[in-house]
Design a protein around this ligand. Structure first.
Ligand code: AHM
Ligand code: MG
Length: 345
């Protein structure tokens, strides 16, 4: 594919390689991309549109919602509920499964999303993003347009990450980018704001196997488990320590920005289990944060585990389930996973 290819053109080409895909998949991704462009517009205007600050509400997970969290969620819902591509949606910002409104056609895909990830960064004008994951709806696989009025149960979403048809993120940074995989590598598109199109700029993104850069919220050090402390201690020990090299550290507190950096120049990202998070199961959400990012990272030649298991093989128990996350350059993730196994042995 040549640089200069638009996202729409790219998706049409991709669809030809997806078994059983009809024009629905192209239509769905176009709607997701439009939602991301609209969120990008809101994020870029920031204070001018009065969309910064708290909404004064909490989401299902008891977290304070920003105005832009609520607006971005609405945008995702409205852009994706009308066309007949979806059987249902699920979002970080909604307790229950979102059913396609009555009277609208239904389709064979399920869409899960975190409409504005890293939103604690929005008021300070630091990069944020949207993350999405697409599954087939069991039972609806072959229905071009499912017309029945029955609601889609939550269980339909509880498929391991290896079942994802597509995963992607939009990064609202100095430029807006959309990065996605359909299981045939990872490609990155940059929004040309003058034309209003995402254009292929990062073809076949791959992650170097080795790295000297790690990302973790160090303020949680005292709550971590021993294998994570061991790993970070060894990184900090640098050239004269057991790893024999100096490491650099980054923490943006926006998972999309961290994953994008890793796709661009390698590195590892960790939000591991810690004592404060034990009851919740971790910090990041499996279905619309860890799984889509794991799919992208693996497709780019990296690895993604909980420290113990491959993320994409976990059998989800709930749509808002949380998991520990270790992802990035393959050899480095293997070291960290090895330390977890050594401790468990
Ligand atoms: P959010 O979905 O509520 O924005 O939380 C997820 C974000 C990730 O993007 C980021 O890696 C992490 O939370 C940062 O957490 P912390 O503030 O504990 O460093
Ligand atoms: Mg999030």
């Amino acid at each position: 594919m040549h640089l200069g290819t638009t996202l729409t053109q790219f998706i049409i080409e991709e669809q030809r390689h997806i078994a059983g895909a009809t024009g629905e998949f192209t239509g769905l991704l176009n709607d997701v991309a439009t939602a991301c462009k609209m969120i990008s517009n809101g994020v870029n205007h920031g204070g001018l549109l009065g969309v910064l600050g708290a909404a004064g509400t909490e989401n299902v997970q008891g977290e304070d919602q920003k105005k832009m969290d609520v607006i971005s969620n609405e945008i995702f819902l409205k852009r994706n509920e009308w066309a007949g591509h979806l059987a249902a949606m699920a979002s970080e910002e909604m307790d229950e499964v979102y059913q396609i409104p009555e009277g609208n056609p239904r389709g064979k895909y399920l869409l899960m999303f975190d409409p504005l990830d890293g939103s604690s960064n929005i008021d300070v004008n630091v990069s944020v993003g949207s993350i999405f994951s697409i599954l087939r709806c069991p039972g609806n696989e072959n229905a071009e347009v499912e017309q029945s009025g029955r609601p889609t149960p939550m269980e339909a979403f509880l498929q391991p990450g290896v079942k994802q048809v597509c995963a992607g993120y939009a990064l609202y940074g100095p430029s807006t980018m959309l990065v996605l995989t359909t299981g045939r590598g990872v490609n990155g598109f940059t929004l040309d704001p003058n034309v209003g199109e995402f254009v292929l700029t990062h073809e076949n993104m791959t992650i170097p196997k080795d790295t000297k850069e790690f990302a973790i919220n160090m303020s949680n050090y005292r709550f971590w488990e021993q294998p994570v402390r061991r790993y970070v201690d060894e990184c900090l020990a640098g050239e004269t320590g057991p790893r024999g090299k100096d490491f650099n550290m980054r923490w943006v507190a926006s998972m999309v920005a961290e994953v994008h950096r890793i796709l661009t120049r390698g590195g590892v990202f960790m939000y591991p289990m810690d004592e404060k998070l034990r009851e919740k199961g971790g910090k990041l959400r499996l279905m619309y944060e860890a799984n889509p990012m794991a799919f992208i990272i693996e497709q780019a030649g990296g690895a993604a585990t909980t420290g113990h298991e491959r993320i994409m093989e976990l059998q989800p128990q709930a749509i808002h389930q949380r998991v520990p996350v270790v992802l990035g350059s393959k050899n480095e993730v293997d070291v960290i996973t090895g330390y977890h196994h050594a401790q468990a042995a």
